[in-house]
Design a protein around this ligand. Structure first.
Ligand code: F6P
Length: 334
């Protein structure tokens, strides 16, 4: 039942919406699912949840979700709908099966919460079968064009930073060099934030192909300046990752070096408030977008407002890292 002061116009005549999470999970995905379900309920729209992303969709893993089904989920990491990286979905036959399931369930539009791989899936579904798709950016990597931040990114940075602070304690006590690898398959957003907030000596990101050998002089310089240990942050997507950087340091300086790869720990945990708020706003906006008759767009947040970006642009155009932050990281590592 729609509360009278909450009613949003529905020129597209949307009656039933499906929501799924796909690809790597991200803290805050549950807050986004909750926002879709509860906005739908407020607007008199039924919401069905698809389990296990696109893999579950073509197998018909669909269930109705009401406001109580998403109670006590806003603070939970992971995704209550489960997620998967689907191979079947890459074939037109797989997508046809998924489309048939959505038609069977009388779905007027699909909300896809995920990253660029998931948006590819949604884009082809819409192109081939005419089902309106709205993307909600959910990935810790923050690598989607069309939004300042993606859901999960803020939490991942906090998790990685907490680890860096701890590694700094042991690194300083042993006067060691610590090379710490953070996630980011193709992007250095997490690495850069963590480097600045964690006071790192140097940061290696895929967006800047500086030679690995540079690290040797950086470490030698820092020793000459009286530093006794160093923290070097490496994004997973930088050639060779942390292991390669550590080997270069050891070969060039002979200094005791340790590697720590933070890995999937960065994808878990209670979402921080910024992720919950972003997810809540974008989940709500995704339902409104379908009611407006929008399709094939991602809802994002740019400068505090809701922005709509064609799905294909989210992966075709590149969101660069903040060059100011990169400069700042170097400036402060004196
Ligand atoms: O979701 C993004 C991400 O965490 C990347 O940073 C990382 O490279 C990848 O997922 C890992 O994926 P998987 O969980 O499939 O190993």
């Amino acid at each position: 039942m729609t509360q009278p002061d909450m009613a949003y116009p529905n020129p597209a005549g949307i009656k039933r919406v499906a929501v799924l999470t796909s690809g790597g999970d991200a803290p805050g995905m549950n807050a986004a699912i909750r926002a879709v379900v509860r906005t739908g309920a407020q607007q008199g729209i039924e919401v069905v949840g698809v389990r296990r992303g696109f893999s579950g969709l073509h197998r018909g893993e669909v269930q109705l979700l009401g406001p109580r089904d998403v109670a006590n989920t806003i603070q939970r990491g992971g995704t209550i709908l489960l997620t998967a990286r689907s191979h079947t979905w890459r074939s037109p036959e797989g997508r046809a099966k998924g489309a048939a399931v959505l038609r069977e369930w009388g779905v007027d539009g699909l909300v896809v919460i995920g990253g660029d791989g998931s948006f590819h899936g949604g884009y082809f579904l819409q192109e081939e079968h005419g089902i309106p798709v709205i993307g909600v950016p959910g990935t810790i990597d923050n690598d989607l064009y069309g939004t300042d931040h993606t859901i999960g990114y803020f939490t991942a940075v906090e998790t990685a930073l907490e680890a860096v602070d701890k590694l700094r304690d042991t690194g300083a006590s042993h006067e060691r060099i610590f090379v710490i690898e953070v996630m980011g398959r193709h992007a250095g957003h997490i690495a850069l934030d963590v480097a600045v907030a964690g006071g790192a000596e140097e940061v290696f990101i895929p967006e800047d192909k500086k030679p690995i050998g540079d690290v040797v002089n950086i470490v030698k310089d820092s020793i000459a300046k009286g530093k006794r240990g160093s923290i070097i942050i490496v994004a997973e997507g930088y050639d060779g990752g942390a292991e390669a950087v550590a080997q270069a340091i050891h070969a060039g300086t002979g200094l005791e070096t340790r590697v720590s790869i933070l890995g999937h720990i960065q994808r878990g945990g209670t979402p921080v408030s910024s992720d919950r708020i972003l997810a809540s706003r974008l989940g709500e906006a995704a339902v409104y977008a379908l009611m407006d008759g929008k399709k094939g767009v991602m809802v994002g947040r740019i400068g505090g407002g809701i922005a709509y970006t064609p799905l294909h642009e989210t992966w075709e155009k590149r969101k660069d890292v903040s060059r100011d932050l990169y400069r700042c990281a170097k400036m402060l590592s004196i």
